[in-house]
Design a protein around this ligand. Structure first.
Ligand code: MRU
Length: 368
């Protein structure tokens, strides 16, 4: 049977495959982008765990989706009992700590599977994982529509010229099921005929900005890659109209955990009185975290700082050492942007202030 693509007007970083009697997944290996576009089979629970840990898939919503498919793969290779379900979920939950979508997706799928008879759980798990992916795709579209209204408003308050948006990391279609989060409003603006240019910061040390540059290039969206350290200059020179970033977790008071380097952009934007928006699905809000201090920050392997990756003259992926093995380094993967620096949070439910009462109201509207 040919691969079944998730429905997408753009592209999707994952495909669900039916192979003989079983099911498998194919992922676009993001560790090889932007140099090589290679799909990789994910056929076991261990493959799914590895894909998340090694960042072959990354971005908070996509991590959650792959974890849901990881449950289906894990059940497929076990007796699908309650014990197996708990053990599979615990293994996947331990892969990366900061993106709350991981825990959210695992609790949703486990809750939906527990009442289902053991013999029907594998088939149900694949359908539930599909449902989580499809829900994310719908949310992406709504985030895009809600963000577009803001961009149109910002554009209307400027002399007619191309709107200058700055983003950080990659919160586009590579990080989600369809349109992305921070990039969804940009894609929506393009579709609506609003001229937009994106400043893409490199996002050291994992360089997710290169992924953003790659996907904007593929989509024909004008953009310019900058070193992370260039962001302050551009913002203070008035060459940016709005900053939009994604989020890995938003605390109940509106503090935002996002890729390391986000907070510096928020500080510069606040100094310049620029709108600084965070785009994320409602599932990225963590009401169990009262403030950013309650959000676990992932510290990643030191070699991400000691080595640099690229391709050689023969287009072969290669790694170069930039500082001696054993040299002292510190590699936190995320930072916390205080709620006071965030103009608003764009979710599928609308645009909300980054404050405890506003997010509590959003939660009430979600519960209804
Ligand atoms: O470490 P990553 O690449 O998985 O980081 C997550 C992110 O992609 C970003 O922090 C992003 O802005 C939020 S997820 C759409």
């Amino acid at each position: 049977m040919p691969p079944r693509l998730l429905p997408t007007p753009l592209q999707s970083p994952l495909r669900r495959l039916r192979v003989n009697a079983g099911e498998q997944l194919e992922i676009l290996d993001q560790t090889l982008l932007p140099w090589h576009k290679e799909w990789r089979r994910v056929t076991t629970l261990a493959d799914a765990e590895h894909a998340i840990i090694a960042m072959q898939v990354r971005g908070a919503p996509l991590i959650g989706i792959i974890a849901a498919y990881g449950v289906a793969l894990g059940l497929q290779e076990s007796d699908a009992s309650d014990n197996a379900l708990n053990a599979i979920s615990a293994r996947l939950a331990a892969t990366r700590p900061t993106a709350v979508n991981l825990g959210w997706a695992l609790s949703v799928i486990c809750e939906r599977l527990r009442p289902i008879p053991v013999g029907q759980r594998v088939a149900a798990a694949w359908l539930e994982a599909d449902a989580i992916a499809e829900e994310d795709a719908r949310n992406n579209q709504l985030i895009g529509a809600n963000g577009l209204k803001l961009l149109q408003y910002i554009a209307a308050s400027h002399p007619p010229r191309t709107l200058q948006v700055m983003t950080h990391c990659n919160a586009g279609w590579l990080a989600t099921a369809r349109h992305g989060t921070a990039l969804a409003p940009v894609y929506a603006a393009r579709q609506a005929g609003l001229p937009v240019h994106v400043w893409v910061s490199e996002t050291r040390p994992r360089n997710q900005g290169l992924l953003t540059a790659w996907e904007l290039q593929e989509a024909g969206v004008p953009h310019t890659l900058i070193a992370d350290n260039a962001a302050g200059l551009l913002i203070l020179q008035g060459r940016v109209d709005a900053v939009i970033v994604g989020a890995d977790r938003v605390a109940a008071n509106g503090d935002v955990a996002n890729k390391i380097g986000t907070c510096l952009k928020a500080l510069a934007a606040a100094h310049q009185c620029l709108p600084f928006y965070v785009a994320a699905p409602f599932s990225t809000l963590d009401f169990n975290a009262a403030t950013g201090d309650d959000i676990p920050i992932e510290t990643r392997n030191d070699d991400e700082l000691r080595l640099v990756t690229g391709v050689d003259n023969h287009n072969q992926a290669d790694c170069l050492r930039q500082i001696a093995e054993g040299h002292s380094v510190y590699n936190p993967a995320f930072d916390i942007t205080p709620a006071a620096l965030v103009t608003g949070i764009i979710t599928e439910l609308g645009v909300s202030a980054a404050s405890e009462p506003a997010l509590a109201r959003l939660r009430e509207s979600e519960d209804r």
